[in-house]
Design a protein around this ligand. Structure first.
Ligand code: F6R
Length: 607
């Protein structure tokens, strides 16, 4: 969703802001703008469209050493040039960029209107510069603090004033903001990717904090103006992680990174001597883990699919009842929290509003909530009681791929840990560990099916609808395959349990509706074969993903993609990867914007 970047220092701000916004493109946006301090005033441009469109209209003369920029994803007010950020006060002395939603903006706007303020946009954000101007008496930080006391809602903001050269004031409440500490220069951004080219030293802001930055450093205070001491963290990945490195797009790169990213997730998390999982970050003793009677997982989208796989594993091998629920549902229902239930919030970004608020609601009721997050230092990572980072590295494509396989890798280690404390024997543990450790190599082998998958995608990508069908552990994989296809190719696709099609969806089957079957050599293979035959009998085209050497599947299906043989519990890794490729090649063939599909945002920080 919306992105913020700000710079003050000896270099020209314009280029740094535009490059920073370019790096934030992956979050999803529909318009963008920048503003710099120049000749005692403010010089800004904003417009709908891409960053390159914005770059094209930035005048050469628009130079300055301090400025802020924004990518907007419309919530209040349409996608127009005027609604893009920055927003200014009436005198054009104050500029604000804002992520989040000002919930009481109608009241604030009415009040400001009554004071004679004329609004130029339809946004909620525009109340901020006018409010700050109302309180401004020569101290921007003070004015921001006073204005924010009147604001209800969520925000990450960056503000500059023409009368306070080389200063940016930032504030956070519910929308991430990070300060970058450079040499004689400082940055502020909603996401470290916007500043990694300049510094790896960062300070994560907490809700309720206000920062004032100048090229020499920063001061952090709370809303009551009490000084807050912050630690400076070091980013462990580098610029290469957020560049395409020869791939056509980020999604393709991230799909092909999975042998390494899964290995990275598993690294240090397997105790080969006792054949168990090692997850120190859970912050729980063995005694506490033994006391867990139930596991509940909350997440959204692809992360929810990972949660479904996690729940299945935990229940089937650790014998602990487990389920996964949409965070958007849990946050508004009066859920029962029990002290012996362990909760997980699963999220790539660590900022998804629904998951964050579901976690807060659970914690408020006394639950212990562990996070499975990819983004280090993200809000959910920091507010959870413990957990595990997925260590998949920055995921830039909007459609999640490598984060998903890393999330399930964490669940595979957690399920092992819990199972080995209960009734999994050490010899079964060894078999499990051996299979788990073979996953990265088998994923690498699966990726060699690339050309075959591309051929099939080309042949079928003009279909109007697809069904994705699987059972057991393949059911969440089917949901994930359907989600990938619809979000990046815009083809309608439904994921179903193959056992459910006879209860309704089979009515959709005809010669033009392909069914994608996930039918590896697991305990449900025979059942899925029967489901395939039901489709075949109704002339539905079948594309099957099965274990290599499975002639029976090949004799029924119209197209077959084989995946390497592995212990049956581990097929979710090997079945997901070809579905990601299938979606990718369909989108490519249809000329879609693979990395930034329409209407979608990488980090969904609003409801
Ligand atoms: C799909 C996708 C989304 C996210 C969902 C949750 O490819 O990326 O469905 O999985 O918005 O996001 P996180 O994992 O950041 O909480």
């Amino acid at each position: 969703m919306c992105g913020i970047v700000g710079y003050c220092g000896p270099k020209k701000a314009t280029g740094i802001l535009l490059d920073g916004l370019k790096r934030l493109e992956y979050r999803g946006y529909d318009s963008a703008g920048i503003v710099v301090q120049k000749d005692g005033g403010l010089d800004g441009v904003k417009r709908t469209g891409k960053i390159n469109d914005l770059r094209a209209i930035v005048p050469e003369a628009m130079t300055g050493n301090c400025g802020i920029g924004h990518t907007r994803w419309a919530t209040h007010g349409g996608v127009t040039d005027l609604n893009a950020h920055p927003h200014f006060d009436s005198a054009n002395r104050i500029a604000v960029v804002h992520n989040g939603i000002i919930e009481n903006y109608t009241q604030l706007k009415a009040h400001l209107n009554a004071e004679g303020v004329v609004f130029r946009s339809e946004t909620d954000s525009e109340v901020l510069p006018h409010l700050i101007a109302m309180y401004y008496e020569g101290d921007l930080e003070k004015a921001v603090r006073s204005a924010l006391r009147r604001v209800k809602g969520t925000y990450g903001i960056a503000v500059i004033h023409a009368d306070e050269p080389m200063r940016i004031v930032g504030a956070r409440n519910g929308s991430p903001l990070v300060v970058g500490v450079g040499e004689n220069e400082m940055l502020i951004a909603s996401d470290v990717t916007a500043m990694i080219a300049h510094t790896k030293q960062v300070v994560y802001m907490e809700d309720g904090e206000i920062v004032s930055i100048t090229p020499d450093g920063f001061t952090m205070t709370d809303i009551e103006d009490k000084k807050v001491n912050k630690q400076v963290d070091e980013i462990t990945w580098d610029l290469g992680s957020i560049e395409k490195e020869g791939f056509a797009c980020f999604m393709e790169k991230e799909i092909f990174e999975q042998p390494e990213t899964i290995a990275q997730t598993l690294s240090g998390r397997i105790d080969a001597e006792y054949a168990t999982g090692k997850l120190g970050g859970l912050n729980m003793s063995s005694r506490e883990l033994l006391g867990v009677k139930r596991v509940k997982i909350v997440a959204a989208g692809t992360s929810w699919h990972a949660g479904l796989i996690g729940a299945h594993l935990i229940e089937s091998i650790a014998r602990i009842p487990a389920n996964a629920e949409f965070s958007s549902e849990l946050r508004y229902r009066n859920c029962v929290v029990e002290s012996d239930t362990l909760y997980f919030a699963v999220t790539q970004s660590g900022e998804t509003a629904d998951t964050l608020y579901a976690m807060r609601e659970l914690k408020r009721k006394g639950a212990r909530v562990l996070g499975i997050c990819n983004v280090v230092g993200s809000t959910i990572a920091r507010e959870s009681d413990g957990g595990a980072y997925t260590h998949a590295g920055p995921e830039i494509a909007v459609a999640s791929t490598k984060a998903f396989t890393s999330q399930i890798a964490v669940f595979y280690t957690f399920a092992l840990l819990m199972a080995r404390m209960r009734d999994m024997s050490i010899s079964s543990g060894f078999r499990y560990v051996k299979a788990l450790q073979s996953v990265p190599e088998k994923v690498r082998e699966t990726l060699t099916r690339r050309d075959e998958i591309q051929r099939i995608a080309k042949k079928y990508c003009h279909a109007r609808d697809f069904l994705f069908l699987g059972r057991g552990l393949m059911y969440p994989v089917a949901l994930e395959g359907a989600l990938k296809l619809k979000e990046i190719s815009y083809i309608h696709a439904e994921g179903y349990s193959a056992g459910e099609i006879k209860h309704g969806p089979i009515a959709l089957i005809n010669e033009e509706t392909p069914s994608i079957f996930l039918v590896p050599a697991d305990e449900l293979r025979e059942k899925v074969l029967s489901n395939m035959k039901e489709i075949k009998a109704r002339n539905g085209p079948i594309i099957a993903f099965c274990t290599e050497g499975d002639e029976e599947v090949a004799s029924i299906a119209d197209e077959v993609v084989t995946i390497p043989r592995i212990d049956e519990l581990f097929y979710p890794f090997l079945a997901t990867v070809p579905l990601q490729l299938f979606a990718y090649f369909c989108a490519l063939e249809l000329g879609r914007d693979v990395d930034q599909p329409r209407n979608l945002a990488k980090s969904v920080t609003v409801e």
